[in-house]
Design a protein around this ligand. Structure first.
Ligand code: FES
Length: 362
């Protein structure tokens, strides 16, 4: 135990004979801090008990390091692309969460154990005061911080020093992995590129135009949607109504004749939507351009489509321009036509990219 005495005389802290701890004591005294107790938790340095605690803490850092490395390996190697059914990709997110969680817990508990079990116990009392710091005080503060570094004992505990490196370096790598990984994966390597295609692309249907279907896969004729009505439709391809094609849900709306006329006028005035309506029918992507919620609350009287998540509203008769809320981009329009058997098909895939903005969106 180190006992500190009350001292009234001013100590010259630039005296080179003073130890770091004596400068710390002086600093505490000048700050009106009374150190009541300051004692090691062990008898002597490098005792058996201390070594055992250091080993346990090292183990925690090593576990954190192994979990961090596992995170990076799983991030790179585990199959992540969505597959129908019970697939390995189902476990991609949980496995990343578990490994990263273990890594963070390892580092957190390691630091906690270090503070609680290894550092000396100290009880200090300080009076409050308001004064600007003098140069001397700053020198004392610097020495105090350096002293605390010494007290952590990293230098004289090489096992812990190595374990910290082993634990924290992979954790840093794990934190950087999603950023670096995003730069390594090429979103354009598929043909057609998945980021810019939906299930309505005929390339996913052996080159044939893709039908608009209900969620059970049955195709739709124009008479299936009454005037003023709307229906959520999906691409008529295998798994078209599943999460595999989560960007494809589309809202098919049968407008009243007057509204359809206004909508066609506006659509035809826009080079990307020109000729996209079929009769009085119009179809928009259901994926909100703000953050990707389903924008599906159709207000027939005002011809507005409302997204329930953050209240964005889109004007159906004017190319689904956003007129309220946080969305700034209109909903893409799906070009419609009818095939030889009288069923709705997509004349082509969406010309605009569906969903929220991302950094490569044209
Ligand atoms: S996701 Fe639609 S308004 Fe935010």
């Amino acid at each position: 135990m180190t006992t500190l005495h009350d001292e009234t005389e001013v100590v010259d802290v630039s005296d080179p004979r003073l130890t770091r701890f004596e400068i710390v004591k002086e600093g505490a005294r000048r700050d009106d801090i009374e150190i009541v107790t300051y004692e090691s938790q062990f008898h002597g340095t490098d005792s058996k008990a201390e070594k055992r605690v250091a080993r346990n803490i090292a183990l925690l850092f090593i576990i954190a390091g192994i979990a961090g490395i596992a995170f990076v390996v799983f991030y790179i190697a585990w199959p992540w692309e969505f597959e129908l059914g019970d697939a390995m990709s189902d476990y991609y997110t949980p496995i990343l969460g578990i490994t990263l969680g273990i890594a963070l817990f390892g580092v957190g508990f390691g630091i906690l154990a270090w503070a609680k079990k290894l550092l000396p116990h100290e009880v200090s009392i300080q009076d409050r005061h308001n004064q600007p710091s003098s140069d001397e005080d700053r020198l004392i503060t610097g020495q105090t911080i350096a002293y605390l570094g010494d007290e952590l004992g990293v230098q004289r505990r090489p096992l812990l020093k190595g374990a910290i490196g082993l634990g924290l370096a992979p954790l840093g790598l794990a934190a950087a992995a999603p950023l670096i990984g995003g730069l390594i994966q090429n979103p354009h390597r598929d043909s057609p590129p998945m980021m810019f295609s939906t299930g309505f692309n005929s390339a996913f249907n052996d080159g044939k135009l893709v039908r608009l279907t209900r969620s059970d896969g049955t195709p739709l004729r124009p008479e299936d949607v009454s005037t003023g009505g709307q229906l959520t439709v999906f691409p008529g391809i295998p798994g078209g109504a599943t999460n595999q094609w989560a960007d494809s849900p589309t809202l098919l709306i049968h407008l009243r004749p007057d509204d359809a006329e206004a909508a066609r006028k506006n659509a035809d005035a826009d080079p990307r939507n020109k000729g996209s309506m079929w009769g009085d029918y119009i179809a928009y992507s259901k994926i909100c351009t703000h953050a990707g919620c389903p924008a599906s609350l159709y207000e027939q009287q005002t011809n507005r489509l409302l997204c329930p998540c953050h209240q964005s509203q889109f004007n159906i008769t004017d190319n689904a321009q956003p007129i309220f809320g946080p969305a700034t981009r209109r909903l893409p329009m799906l070009p419609l036509t009818v095939d030889d058997e009288g069923f709705f098909v997509a004349a082509r895939d969406y010309k605009d990219t569906v969903g929220p903005d991302f950094w490569e969106r044209p």
